[in-house]
Design a protein around this ligand. Structure first.
Ligand code: M6R
Length: 638
C-alpha cells in the first residue's frame, strides 16, 4: 500500500529517496512522486507520475534539482483514479506547503466543501490535498507550527501518517502519526523517515517508532516530539535486531517461486525456534534401560514461552477459549488452526475476519485469549481489532513476521514467525509458517493442560518436520507434469470451483484466493457439503472443480460422495488426495497424490504443490506474479 520516504540531513536526498521507494515497491502502488527543497533557491522542486518508481526515476533524469530536505511517496489509489495529478506530493494554493500521506481521511468531503467556500482551489480528487489546504488555512491563523499541527490533528478523523514540508522552514519537516505507522532512523546530522523501516534499513539500524498519536518537528540534528495534547515526549531510539534487508530472487524467476521453495526451511526454523524458547529445550530426555525415553521438564524454560506470549502458566492451564483474528491468507491459516485448538486443547476456538470484527459485540470472557495473526503486523483491519480488545482485561497476542510492527508493540505478547521477508504480494511461506506456529502453540497448551504427554508433544513436532519434507518433495514429484502439461491445460479455463471439507475447507479457500489474486481467473470456494444446496447448478465441463481430500476417515467418505456428485454431472474433477485414496483418485480427470501425514497437517503437506500448480498456471498467462494488479502487500487502510 502507500509508502512514505523522507530525509533531512547533510547529504543530497534524491538518490536515497528513490532507493527507499524502490525498497517499498513490493507493498504495491500505482504512482510515485518526489519533492525536495531545492538547495539553491530554497523552493520546492518536484515530479510525480502514475506508474512505477522507475518511471519517476526516468522523469527525474535531467532534473538538476536536489536538496538536503526531501520526501517521496508511492500511492495506492483510494480516493481518486490513478493519474499524475492524484499522485503525491500535494500542495496548498500557494504551493509553499507540501504533503505526502498514507491512510484515509474520513469526512474529507465536508472539509473540502468548507475550504472551497473559503476560496481554496483544488486540483486533485484526493483526501490528501484537503489536508494540505486545511493545514495552510490553520497555519495562516497561528503562524506557528506546533499549535497549527495540534489544531489540525484535533480536527482530522480517520487513519493517517504524513510528512509535511514548508518553504518557509526549508531545513525541517514535520511528521505526524495517527493509526498508520511511521519510523525514524538516525545517523549523525541525518534523519531518515519512512512508513516501513525497510526503506532505510541499509542506512541505519538506530530507529525510533513514532508513537501513536504523536508528531515531530525534525531538523538534521534534532527531533522535537509531542503527543496530540501538546506534551513534549522523549524519542525512544533503539537498535533494531531484526532487519528486512533487500533480498534478491536468488536465481528464481519470481519471489513467489523462491518463497514457495523456502517453506520447508521456514517450518524447520519454526520448530527449532519453539524449541529454543521452551518447547523442547525444556525437555531432558533420558533413555531408560528398556529403551523407552523418560522426558523431564525444566521449569525455567517452561515459563519462557509463556512470558514471550504475555501469559502466566496459570492462565495457560485455565484457558477456556481461544479467539483468532486475521485477514486474507492469515485468516485461512487461523481457520485451519481452529481444528488444532478444538481437538488438541479441547477448548472452543472462534475465528474472526478482522474487517468484520470491529462491528461485533465484544464479550469479556474470563480465561480467554485473543490471538492476532498477521504476516505484516500492520494490516489496518487486524490492528483495529487488536485495539478494540486491548482496553479489556483479556490477554492479547500477536503472531507476525515483522517484530518491529505496530501489532507487536500494542499486544501483550508476541510470537515471531520465522518466515523471513516475504516479498511477493501473494502470501505463501507466511501461510505455512502461521500454520506451524499455531500447531505448535496448540500442542503446547494441550501439554500444559495435561491433555498430551511430553512424548506426544515430541511426536507432534516430528509430524511437523515430516509434513515440511512432504510439502517440498511433492512439488518435485509433480514439477515436470505441471510445467510440461498441466499448467498449459488449466490456464485455458476462465473459472474454477474449489471444494474442501472439515480442515480441507479453509485450505480450499486459500487455494481459491491464490488463484484469483495472481491469475485473475474467477474462482469460487464452497464447503463440499454445500454443493448440493445450490452451487451444483454451476457444474459443467468448462468449470474445473478442484477438490481437496482429507485424512479424516469419515470426512474422506463424504468427499468421495461429493466427487461422485461432480462426475455424475459431467464435471471436470481435479483432486488433491493422499496416498491410497484410490476410490477418489479414480474419479478424477487430474489427480495430485501426496504421502500420508498426521491428518491435522494434511493441508500443510499439500501447500507447496497447490501453490506451485497455481503459480505455473499464472506464469502461462503471463501475469505480473509478484505484484498482481490492484493489490498491496501490506493493507494499511481499513
Ligand atoms: O499482513 P497480513 O497477514 O495481515 O495480511 C493479510 C492479507 O492482506 C493477506 O494475507 C492477503 O490476503 C494476501 N495477499 C494473500 O496472498
Amino acid at each position: 500500500m502507500c509508502g512514505i520516504v523522507a530525509y533531512v540531513g547533510k547529504r543530497r536526498c534524491r538518490d536515497y529517496i528513490i532507493r527507499g521507494l524502490k525498497r517499498l515497491e513490493y507493498r504495491g502502488y500505482d504512482s510515485a512522486g518526489f519533492i525536495c527543497v531545492d538547495e539553491k533557491h530554497k523552493r520546492f522542486s518536484y515530479f510525480k507520475k502514475s506508474g512505477k518508481v522507475s518511471d519517476l526515476e526516468k522523469g527525474l533524469d535531467g532534473f538538476e534539482h536536489d536538496g538536503f530536505v526531501g520526501m517521496g511517496h508511492t500511492r495506492w489509489a483510494t480516493h481518486g483514479v490513478v493519474n499524475d495529478c492524484n499522485a503525491h506530493p500535494h500542495f496548498n494554493c500557494k504551493k509553499n506547503i507540501s504533503l505526502v500521506h498514507n491512510g484515509i481521511i474520513e469526512g474529507y468531503e465536508e472539509i473540502r466543501k468548507k475550504l472551497i467556500f473559503e476560496g481554496h482551489e483544488f486540483v486533485s480528487s484526493t483526501d490528501t490535498e484537503v489536508v494540505a489546504h486545511y493545514f495552510s488555512s490553520i497555519f495562516d491563523f497561528y503562524k506557528d507550527l506546533k499549535p497549527a499541527i495540534l489544531d489540525l490533528v484535533s480536527k482530522l478523523k480517520g487513519a493517517y501518517s504524513f510528512v509535511l514540508s514548508m518553504e518557509e522552514y526549508p531545513d525541517q519537516i514535520v511528521v505526524v502519526r495517527h493509526n498508520s505507522p511511521l519510523v525514524l532512523g538516525k545517523l549523525e546530522d541525518e534523519i531518515f523517515v519512512a512508513s516501513d523501516l525497510l526503506a532505510f534499513s541499509d542506512k541505519t539500524k538506530n530507529v525510533c517508532f513514532l508513537p501513536e498519536d504523536s508528531f515531530a518537528i525534525i531538523k538534521k540534528d534534532s527531533v522535537d516530539m509531542y503527543d496530540f495534547s501538546g506534551k513534549k515526549i522523549l524519542p525512544i531510539w533503539q537498535e533494531v535486531k531484526f532487519e528486512f534487508d533487500a533480498v534478491d530472487k536468488q536465481g528464481f524467476e519470481h519471489y513467489m517461486l523462491k518463497e514457495i521453495y523456502e517453506q520447508k526451511k521456514v517450518i524447520d526454523n519454526t520448530i527449532n525456534f519453539c524449541r529454543l524458547i521452551g518447547t523442547d529445550s525444556k525437555l531432558s530426555a533420558n533413555t531408560k534401560k528398556d529403551n523407552s525415553v523418560d522426558y523431564k521438564i525444566d521449569l525455567e524454560y517452561q515459563d519462557r514461552i509463556w512470558q514471550q506470549l504475555g501469559l502466566s502458566l496459570k492462565q495457560v492451564k485455565n484457558l477456556k477459549k481461544v479467539n483468532l483474528v486475521a485477514a486474507g491468507t492469515s485468516w485461512h491459516a487461523c481457520r485451519i488452526a481452529q481444528f488444532f485448538f478444538e481437538n488438541f486443547c479441547k477448548i472452543p476456538a472462534s475465528v474472526y475476519l478482522a474487517s468484520e470484527f470491529c462491528y461485533m459485540p465484544l464479550f469479556n470472557h474470563e480465561d480467554s485469549v485473543y490471538i492476532f495473526v498477521s504476516q505484516s503486523g500492520e494490516t489496518a483491519d487486524t490492528l483495529q481489532a487488536l485495539r478494540k480488545v486491548s482496553p479489556l482485561s483479556i490477554p492479547t497476542i500477536t503472531i507476525t513476521n515483522v517484530p518491529s510492527s505496530t501489532m507487536v508493540r500494542e499486544a501483550d505478547g508476541f510470537f515471531p514467525m520465522q518466515a523471513g521477508p516475504e516479498i511477493s504480494v501473494a502470501s505463501t511461506k507466511a501461510f505455512s509458517s502461521q500454520i506451524s506456529v499455531l500447531y505448535l502453540l496448540a500442542n503446547r497448551i494441550a501439554l500444559e493442560k495435561g491433555l498430551i504427554s511430553l512424548e506426544e508433544m515430541k511426536r507432534a513436532e516430528d509430524d511437523l518436520f515430516v509434513s515440511a519434507q512432504i510439502l517440498e518433495q511433492s512439488i518435485e514429484n509433480y514439477k515436470y507434469k505441471i510445467t510440461q502439461k498441466l499448467a498449459n491445460k488449466y490456464s485455458k479455463f476462465d473459472k474454477f470451483i474449489f471444494l474442501g471439507r472439515h480442515i480441507s475447507y479453509p485450505f480450499a479457500m486459500e487455494a481459491a484466493l491464490k488463484l484469483k489474486e495472481i491469475s485473475y481467473i474467477f474462482a469460487q470456494c464452497y464447503p463440499a457439503g454445500e454443493l448440493k444446496h445450490g452451487p451444483i447448478a454451476l457444474i459443467d465441463k468448462s468449470t474445473p472443480v478442484v477438490l481437496f481430500s482429507s485424512l479424516h476417515e469419515i470426512v474422506y467418505k463424504k468427499i468421495i460422495s461429493n466427487a461422485q456428485e461432480v462426475k455424475a454431472r459431467s464435471g471436470h474433477l481435479v483432486v488433491f488426495a493422499f496416498d491410497g485414496q484410490d476410490e477418489l483418485i479414480n474419479l478424477a480427470n487430474t489427480s495430485f497424490i501426496v504421502p500420508r501425514v498426521n491428518p491435522f497437517l494434511g493441508p500443510l503437506a499439500m501447500t507447496g504443490l497447490m501453490q506451485f500448480f497455481i503459480y505455473q498456471i499464472t506464469k502461462k498467462l503471463g501475469c505480473s506474479i509478484d505484484k498482481p494488479r490492484n493489490l498491496a502487500k501490506s493493507v494499511t487502510v481499513e
